[in-house]
Design a protein around this ligand. Structure first.
Ligand SMILES: [Cu+2]
Length: 166
């Protein structure tokens, strides 16, 4: 009986200590983002510096969709074509991308040919995850957007807000 009590006391201590240990570092989060014509759901993300984030991208639509993170939309031939400032470049981070399901079209990571933004394209019916650590350089307000079909998706409202706090 005494041994049991000692063991349960010890486990309470272990739980308390590990709770203290993790207080400084934000818990890793996993967020599912549904992609469709022409939305991201949820359309806003709140991330914390120091957090390990996994985004699961599910394309439920009939078209290929992409996701980019940045700010200041750049135009090419008067069409929205990506961001002047890429969030991952600002943070010195390259997300690790895993394709879970290809979908109808190729799911791939590519850099926009006109600039260096990090992009994941998910084919119709496809799924992919992207994992990254949120760094200091990423603190602030950002946007996520899809610029597929010459910016038509972006104009149709396929964008959202990303807030990275300390
Ligand atoms: Cu799209």
């Amino acid at each position: 009986m005494r041994i049991l009590r000692t063991i349960s006391l010890l486990s309470v201590l272990v739980v308390l200590l590990s709770a203290c240990g993790t207080a400084a570092t934000p818990e890793p989060v996993s967020i599912t983002i549904e992609m469709d014509e022409f939305t991201f759901t949820p359309a806003s993300l709140d991330l914390k510096v120091g957090q390990r984030v996994t985004l699961e991208l599910n394309n439920n639509g009939a078209l290929a969709h992409e996701i980019m993170f940045g700010r200041q939309v750049m135009n090419e031939n008067n069409r929205p074509a990506g961001y002047m400032e890429d969030m991952f470049a600002a943070g010195g981070v390259e997300p690790e991308v895993n394709i879970i399901e290809e979908g109808d079209l190729t799911t791939s990571t590519e850099t926009h040919k006109e600039h260096e933004g990090f992009m994941v394209i998910v084919g119709a019916g496809g799924r992919a995850t992207m994992t990254f650590d949120v760094t200091e350089g990423m603190a602030g307000e950002w946007e996520m957007g899809c610029f597929e079909q010459d910016g038509v998706h972006y104009d149709a409202g396929m964008l959202g807000t990303v807030t990275v706090s300390q």
